[in-house]
Ligand binder design. Structure first.
Ligand code: V1S
Ligand code: CA
Ligand code: ZN
Length: 390
């Protein structure tokens, strides 16, 4: 009786491979693929798996990943072994591919990368084949990976691979990124085309916050004859932004972008490190505020590819992504805010056992985003959109 009936809304597909979950980046590394296990357990405990099409995603092939990545980099990822990081003769290659503390070599690295990338490629193909209207891969969203090197916990850029699939069928694809970090890898990959509009909301501090790019005036190639000019949108923010301001900003920016750009599909990166209490993040968003951005994106009724991304406090990452799954299923109102007794690993959700703990109150970071600042940002972006129209 706690199952959720198949909604009359959109057809939703879930793309995952449980073999992603047991990979370990290492002792003190903040990225924990195990958060995907926790997310899945919440989704199952709420019965959401009855309301969507479930697909076991394949590993992306070498050739599929080579549509964006350099073959020598993929060869390296395929053959490198954990011990190689300590071998001095390997030092040059490690530097070339940016292997180190942020992006270590761990057991099964190539398997991990090809599995999360396969999920996003599969999800994109379901959308273009009209077999799904909303396709979800919470293991994807690794927005920093570059053509020939790893960056910021990301090795293969599944988002770029997914967008390349969508571009085979759609003239224009819009990319939205609510991870607390700048979506630099996706922006860079499509910097010189007008067929992808990238929009990233992030904490911006050139010198003290990773990756240090994504200023308001970084809008695409500077030459006006380059088609990519004006097609990168950056929303640089300071510490401590809260739900209401973030959502208003999100609606103003995304509403204007969708209206002007009229994309054939949207890719939404839902990095959960923009939540309050995140181990690496510095915003004050609650699960409800983060989810409201997903709900707003869904209102356009445009084919939607939803991926994960950052998120370093696993209990809150899983709360957010489970809640957002329910939003995409049009079932958020049928879900008990008290986490079911039956959920596996229930102890992780104590002492409140709520899907919506007050994250913004638990470790409130001073809000350094005055309304006047946010208004300036919105004005600059609306001006940019006028240029984009030509
Ligand atoms: N902030 C941060 C942070 N923390 C770490 C880290 C901490 C412990 C470890 F054992 C290993 C790494 N690295 C960083 C950042 C990278 C953040 C990547 C975010 C990824 C995403 O959420 O957007 C998408 C999945 N790296 C840095 O700040 C660079 C350094 C400058 C400092 C940290 N050291 C380890 C490398 C150099
Ligand atoms: Ca972002
Ligand atoms: Zn992040």
């Amino acid at each position: 009786h706690n199952g959720i009936a198949r909604p009359k809304g959109y057809r939703v597909s879930w793309h995952a491979n449980p073999a992603v979950e047991p990979h370990h980046f290492g002792q003190s590394h903040p990225m924990k693929p195990w958060r995907l296990t926790l997310t899945k357990q919440l989704v199952i405990a709420y019965g959401m798996h009855h309301a969507m099409d479930l697909y076991l995603s394949r590993a992306a092939t070498f050739e599929e990943m080579a549509e964006f990545h350099k073959a020598d980099y993929l060869d390296f990822l395929k053959q490198v072994m954990p011990g190689d990081m300590e071998v001095p003769e390997q030092g040059d290659r490690m530097a070339t591919y940016n292997i180190g503390d942020d992006c270590p070599i761990f057991d099964g690295l190539y398997n991990y990368c090809s599995l999360y990338a396969g999920g996003t490629v599969d999800a994109a193909r379901k959308l273009v084949n009209n077999q799904s209207e909303i396709a979800i891969n919470w293991s994807g969203g690794l927005h920093h990976a570059k053509k020939g090197e790893a960056s910021g916990f990301c090795y293969v850029n599944d988002i770029v691979l997914g967008i390349l699939q969508l571009l085979r069928h759609h003239a224009r694809v819009m990319y939205i990124d609510i991870d607390v970090h700048h979506g630099d890898g996706v922006e860079q990959a499509f910097w010189s085309t007008d067929r992808v509009l990238t929009v990233s909301f992030h904490k911006y501090d050139k010198d003290n916050f990773f990756p240090g790019t994504g200023g308001l005036d970084s809008t695409g190639p500077s030459h006006p004859l380059n088609p990519g000019a004006h097609h990168a949108i950056n929303v640089p923010l300071n510490d401590g932004i809260e739900d209401d301001d973030y959502l208003q900003l999100f609606k103003e920016v995304i509403g204007s972008c969708v209206e002007t750009y009229n994309p054939g599909s949207i890719v939404l990166q839902c990095g959960a490190d923009s939540l309050g209490c995140d181990r690496l993040g510095c915003f004050n968003l609650n699960v409800t505020g983060h989810g409201a951005c997903v709900a707003y994106t869904k209102t356009f009724g445009i084919p939607l590819l939803v991926v994960g991304g950052g998120g370093y406090t696993p209990r809150n990452v899983s709360r957010a992504w489970a809640h957002e799954t329910s939003i995409l299923l049009d079932a958020a109102d049928k879900i008990d805010p008290n986490i079911p007794e039956t959920v596996a690993f229930r102890n992780h959700f104590g002492p409140d056992y709520s899907l919506f703990p007050p994250l913004s109150e638990m470790r409130r970071i001073e809000n350094k985003n005055p309304r006047s600042y946010l208004a300036t940002v919105v004005m600059a972006i609306k001006e940019q959109l006028r240029y984009m129209q030509g």
